[in-house]
Write a protein that binds this ligand. Structure first.
Ligand code: HMG
Ligand code: MG
Length: 303
């Protein structure tokens, strides 16, 4: 097994997007800085989406033009991808100097309509335009496929639907596709089965990442199973923050602290300093007025 994994920290985007009270922009940018200081080198900074759809991230322009983000971007030692749903999002992101965007599709119809107001087919066509435009502008593009195991409206997702969207995203030029268990319902056996199906149908594991929400307490086990299957890139969120306004009942992402603790114990390098990350998680939770969802952080802090 490789002894290194890459973490894509999604706290400033997925982690905050479903928080009801408006989080001050300075807190968002300080969070990005603190995550960087903890050793994270890919941090999804925000999303440029309809402010009606996700009011919490309506200050995306302020985040992108903040001194913190500009200075970090100049260091070239960190990547700060931004989630975009359409050409408008790409154009805005580009005008603020963003060099990497992420497009997102659902494998299932119900969530596609709720999240991006179109069918899966229409979403694929839109993502193709977005990817092409972003590449023309010199950006690199990551893809997400949501609802890999189930959809909040349609129920279980067929593997064939996930395979189709993954192939579409890779075919249109995404350098990687993150497999999103948006509802957090999958368990390790589901993870193994899906990855096997994707692999058997010609998808290289080098182009996949895992994005597991923790609604049923399976997220960390899912990460480990995906790792054992050969996946080496994982999305996670500091303090286990996260959730989607269009996925009712779903909880946060796997906590970055728990993931780092687990990989540290296995001798797998993450590049993250847990001694710095734990206080960062405690700090953001104090700002949000919520307890941490990270078990490792709670245990370390109680010592
Ligand atoms: P629509 O209503 O069909 O689109 O929404 P529209 O083009 O008619 O635009 C509606 C309004 O939004 C207009 O403003 C546009 O200008 C504006 P108005 O004229 O009404 O004042 N608008 C924008 N503003 C800023 N940036 C933009 C933008 N686009 C339009 N890029 C649309 C369609 C896709 C825009 C909308 O549904 C949307 O923004 N959806 C995003 C929802 C979202 O962000 N969900 C959470 C992220 S996905 C997720 O969490 C899953 C993931 O974590 C993986 C997993 O867990 O599975 C990635
Ligand atoms: Mg998510």
């Amino acid at each position: 097994m490789d002894s290194k994994v890459t973490i894509v920290e999604v706290g400033p985007r997925d982690g905050l997007q479903n928080i009801k009270n408006q989080v001050p922009t300075e807190v968002k940018t300080e969070l990005i800085q603190r995550l960087y200081d903890s050793g994270l080198r890919i941090i999804e900074a925000t999303s440029v989406v309809s402010p009606k759809a996700v009011p919490q991230l309506k200050d995306c322009r302020e985040v992108l033009q903040s001194k913190t983000v500009k200075q970090l971007a100049q260091t070239h030692s960190v990547r700060l991808p931004v989630l975009v749903p359409n050409i408008k999002g790409v154009t805005i992101a580009h005008s603020y100097g963003v060099s990497e965007v992420a497009v997102f599709l659902s494998a299932s119809e119900g969530f596609s309509r709720a999240n991006i107001n179109c069918t899966v087919d229409q979403g694929i066509a839109r993502a193709r335009e977005v990817t092409s435009e972003a590449k023309k502008l010199g950006m690199i593009v990551r893809g997400y496929v949501s609802c890999i195991f189930a959809d909040p409206f349609d129920g279980p997702t067929p593997e064939s639907a996930v395979l189709r969207v993954v192939k579409e995203l890779l075919g249109m030029g995404c350098y990687q596709v993150s497999l999103g268990d948006t509802l957090g319902v999958g368990s390790p056996s589901d993870v193994r089965k899906l990855i096997q199906t994707l692999h058997d149908n010609g998808v290289s594991l080098r182009h996949l990442a895992g994005h597991f929400h923790d609604t049923y307490g399976q997220a960390l086990a899912n990460v480990w199973e995906a790792y054992k299957c050969g996946i080496r890139v994982f999305d996670s969120s500091v303090a286990g923050l996260g959730g989607c306004p269009f996925a009712p009942g779903a909880t946060g992402n796997v906590a970055t602290e728990d993931l780092v603790y687990m990989f540290n114990r296995a001798g797998v390098t993450t590049g993250v300093d847990l001694d710095k990350l734990v206080p960062t998680g405690r700090w953001i939770c104090s700002k949000l007025g919520i307890p941490t969802a990270s078990r490792a952080s709670a245990a370390i802090s109680a010592k």
